[in-house]
Design a binder for this molecule. Structure first.
Ligand code: AMP
Ligand code: ZN
Length: 459
C-alpha cells in the first residue's frame, strides 16, 4: 500500500514516507470563529478528514495525530463581539462569540461526517509558546522590536542562508520581486517593506497579554505566529503534513515556515504541504455582496450532511469546484441508492478499486466512480463507503429523514396504499391508478413486487 501525495513546496507528487510511522502527524489551519462557516470553509475540513481516515486505515488509528486549530484572536472576532454584545466588557463579549461560533462549527462539521481531530488547540491558550518562538527569533537575528511591535525580517532570513529554506520557496515567489513590488506607504517602524508582524500592541479594551522582547505595553500576537506555536506544541518542530486552502499559501504558510524554521534552525517545518482548491457557487465567486453566500448551516436544513460530503468529494481536492444545486440533487439520488443497497449489510473490507485511487493523492472522483461499480457487492460497497465517512445511519433512518424533509406523511401514504391494494383486489384498476397518481403527486414513488408494495420519496 503506497500513498502518494502532491507537495505544494516541491510541486510534485511523491511517495509519502512518515517521519515516524507510529506517530504520523498532520496540522491543518482551522476556522476563525466569528460567524457561521460557509460551504467553502467545509472543503478543507472534509478533504483533510478523508486524508485523516486514510492515514488511520494505513497506519492504525492509534498512530495518527491530527491537529486543527481554532483561531480565537482576530479583528473580525473583536468587531463582531462589540456589535452583538455592546453592553458587555469586550473580553466577555469575545468569549461569547467564540464559544457560540465554535459550537456551531462543531455541529456543522459533525453533520458533514467529519471525525474530530485529535487536538483542537485554541490560539489564546498558546500565547506562552508564541512568546517563546518570538524570543528565539529575536535572539537569532530574524526579528526585532520597534514601537511596541515585533517584526520578522524575510530579508534577514534569506541573508542567513544557513540550512534554512529560502523565503518565498513555498509560494514560488522571489523575495527581491516582493521587495521591489511592495507598497510604498509601509508602516514607519518597519525596517524592510516585506517585514511582517509577529506581535503588536493591543488597543484599549482589546484582549492583551504581556509582551515579549521587553516591551512594556501589553499586546497580542499576529495571525501567522499562532499556527507556528500550536503546531510546535502539539506536533513538534518538524512533522509530516501541513494543510489548508490554497489561499493560505501566501502569506500565511510562507510566514509560518519562515518563523518555525528560523526559530528552530531547520530546513523544513512539514514534509508535505497540501492545499485544497477554491469553491465557487453556480459558476460565481461566493460573496456576501453577490447574495450567493451559503453557510453549511443553511444547506443542512435542506440536505443530509452526507449529501454535501459526497458532493464535495466528487471533485479532486486540488481542482476548483463549482458548487451547483443540480450536482447536490444528483449526489442525493446517488446516496439514496447506496443507502438502499449497503446501509444495512455487514461491511466488508474496503475494495481495492476504491482504496487505490485514494492512495494516489486522494483521487476521490475515481474512488466514487469505483463505488458505482460496487452495487453488486454490497459488503465491499458498505466497507468502502464507511472508509470515506458515509453510512452513519441505517437505511430506515435515511428514508424517514427524507420523508420528514419532503413533508410526506408516512401514515397517510400507508393508508392510501392499503386502499389501493383493496381496489386492486376487487379489480377496480381505475381506482388503483387514481391512488397511484395521487401518491406520485405527493412525491411518492411506489413499486409493486410479488412480496407486496414498497414506497419511497422520489428525489
Ligand atoms: P477562513 O475562516 O477564511 O480563514 O478559512 C478557513 C479555511 O477555509 C481555510 O483553510 C481557507 O483556505 C478555506 N476556505 C475559505 N474560503 C474557501 C473557498 N471558497 N473554497 C475553499 N476553501 C476555502
Ligand atoms: Zn494557520
Amino acid at each position: 500500500m503506497e500513498l502518494r501525495l502532491y507537495d505544494t513546496l516541491t510541486r510534485e507528487k511523491r511517495p509519502f514516507v512518515p517521519l515516524d510511522p507510529r506517530n504520523v502527524r498532520m496540522y491543518v489551519c482551522g476556522p476563525t470563529v466569528y460567524d457561521f462557516a460557509h460551504i467553502g470553509n467545509a472543503r478543507p475540513v472534509i478533504v483533510f478528514d478523508v486524508l485523516f481516515r486514510l492515514l488511520r486505515h494505513a497506519y492504525g488509528e492509534a498512530h495518527v495525530k491530527y491537529v486543527r486549530n481554532i483561531t480565537d484572536v482576530d479583528d473580525k472576532i473583536n468587531d463582531r463581539a462589540a456589535r452583538d454584545f455592546p453592553g458587555l466588557p469586550l473580553n466577555e463579549a469575545i468569549r461569547k462569540v467564540t464559544e457560540e461560533t465554535g459550537k456551531q462549527f462543531h455541529a456543522d462539521v459533525d453533520a458533514l461526517g467529519c471525525l474530530r481531530p485529535s487536538v483542537e488547540p485554541r490560539a489564546t491558550e498558546h500565547i506562552a509558546e508564541m512568546r517563546e518562538i518570538i524570543e528565539k527569533l529575536i535572539a537569532g537575528g530574524f526579528a526585532y522590536a520597534a514601537e511596541d511591535h515585533v517584526l520578522f525580517s524575510p530579508q534577514a532570513m534569506n541573508a542567513a542562508n544557513a540550512g534554512l529554506p529560502r523565503y518565498g520557496a513555498l509560494s514560488n515567489r522571489s523575495l527581491d520581486e516582493m521587495v521591489a513590488g511592495a507598497r510604498v506607504d509601509v508602516a514607519p517602524y518597519k525596517k524592510g517593506n516585506t517585514d511582517f508582524v509577529l506581535w503588536k500592541p493591543s488597543k484599549p479594551g482589546e484582549p492583551s497579554w504581556p509582551s515579549p522582547a521587553g516591551i512594556n505595553a501589553e499586546g497580542r500576537p499576529g495571525w501567522h505566529i499562532e499556527c507556528s506555536a500550536m503546531a510546535w506544541k502539539h506536533l513538534g518542530e518538524h512533522f509530516d503534513i501541513h494543510g489548508g486552502g490554497i489561499d493560505l499559501v501566501f502569506p500565511h504558510h510562507e510566514n509560518e515556515v519562515a518563523q518555525t524554521c528560523c526559530a528552530f534552525h531547520q530546513e523544513r517545518m512539514a514534509n508535505y504541504w497540501m492545499h485544497n482548491g477554491f469553491l465557487q457557487v453556480e459558476s460565481e465567486k461566493m460573496s456576501k455582496s453577490l447574495g450567493n453566500f451559503i453557510t453549511i448551516h443553511e444547506l443542512l436544513e435542506d440536505w443530509p450532511g452526507e449529501v454535501l460530503r459526497l458532493n464535495m468529494l466528487k471533485t479532486h481536492y486540488r481542482s476548483p469546484i463549482d458548487w451547483t444545486l443540480k450536482s447536490v440533487e444528483e449526489s442525493a439520488r446517488t446516496l439514496d441508492d447506496w443507502y438502499r443497497v449497503a446501509a444495512d449489510v455487514v461491511p466488508g473490507e474496503p475494495a481495492a478499486s476504491v482504496v487505490e485511487p485514494l492512495l494516489d493523492d486522494l483521487n476521490t472522483p475515481l474512488a466514487i466512480a469505483a463505488l458505482h461499480g460496487l452495487r453488486g457487492e454490497a459488503a465491499a460497497l458498505a466497507g468502502s463507503l464507511r472508509l470515506l465517512g458515509f453510512l452513519s445511519e441505517s437505511a430506515a433512518q435515511w428514508e424517514s429523514r427524507k420523508q420528514r424533509a419532503s413533508g410526506v406523511d408516512a401514515a397517510e401514504v400507508e393508508r392510501l396504499l392499503a386502499e389501493r391494494t383493496a381496489a386492486r383486489a376487487r379489480k377496480d384498476f381505475k381506482e388503483s391508478d387514481r391512488i397511484r397518481d395521487l401518491l406520485a403527486g405527493m412525491g411518492v414513488a411506489i413499486k409493486d413486487s410479488k412480496d407486496g408494495t414498497t414506497w419511497e420519496v422520489a428525489r
